[in-house]
Design a protein around this ligand. Structure first.
Ligand SMILES: [Zn+2]
Ligand SMILES: [Zn+2]
Length: 247
């Protein structure tokens, strides 16, 4: 799966995968679709037509990475109200001490994920798209991630007038802020489509990370693929279950 294969605007609207299929058909070529994370439709079709080759082992017969799933409800119950679980915090500390590098993945950009009034239940939505507006701390504005509509943050609730408007949920900016607060001596960088507005900005960040100049890279799924850095020995996936609720 990779959403950038599909272009909806500007025209021509097309899916590069279907295009490749059609071209292969017309020219009689063989088409191989390779992916560590195939989209569910392609995977289903391939399994049903028996045209799939599974590679269950890692290249070079390396062991699979050890995975621990941590229930943040229990962390919260034990008084940890932060972004990181205690296990992740310890693992980050250990990696920083041993000069190893880490990646923190959170598939939401911006600071919070929704804006809510604690008194009356008002939620800030984009008038055009009816989706929650996301707080961006870099310019302290609320932004719609579909149409890029922006407005200033609220000093009071537009519905009931009270000053109980809160910003809930977390995105890359919040994780970055918390990380800097908890690990003030570590070097970190954030990589998401907001930090990429400058041309080639992400290439220089990746280069610095490869050269070991950055201890921890924080970003969206943009950093989840294609990186092969032997000194990266820890990946923290934050709020992984929120991925099931993505539109
Ligand atoms: Zn209100
Ligand atoms: Zn919108």
């Amino acid at each position: 799966h990779e959403s950038s294969y599909k272009q909806t605007s500007p025209t021509p609207r097309y899916n590069a995968k279907d295009l490749a299929k059609e071209r292969a058909k017309r020219s009689g070529a063989a088409l191989v679709l390779g992916s560590a994370t195939p989209d569910i439709a392609t995977y289903y079709q391939s399994i049903n037509t028996n045209r799939v080759m599974l590679l269950p082992e890692r290249f070079g017969a390396k062991d699979m990475a050890k995975v621990s799933v941590i229930d943040m409800k229990q962390e919260y119950g034990r008084g940890n109200k932060g972004v990181f679980s205690r296990a992740l915090r310890q693992a980050l500390e250990r990696n920083l001490k041993e000069k190893k590098q880490s990646i923190l993945l959170i598939n939401r950009r911006g600071f919070s994920t929704y804006t809510f009034c604690d008194s009356c239940g008002y939620t800030a939505e984009c008038k055009k798209c009816s989706i929650p507006l996301i707080l961006h701390k870099t310019n302290n504005r609320l932004r719609c991630h579909y149409c890029n509509y922006e407005q200033s943050i609220f000093t009071s609730c537009p519905k009931c007038g009270s000053d109980t408007v809160r910003y809930y949920g977390m995105g890359t900016q919040k994780v970055e802020e918390e990380f800097k607060r908890e690990f003030p001596h570590a070097t970190s960088a954030r990589l998401d489509s907001d930090t990429m507005s400058k041309k080639n900005a992400h290439i220089s960040v990746i280069k610095e990370f490869e050269q070991g100049k950055i201890d921890v890279l924080i970003g969206t799924q943009m950093i989840a693929k294609g990186l092969d850095i032997p000194n990266v020995t820890l990946v923290g996936v934050l709020m992984s279950d929120s991925l099931f609720n993505m539109p």
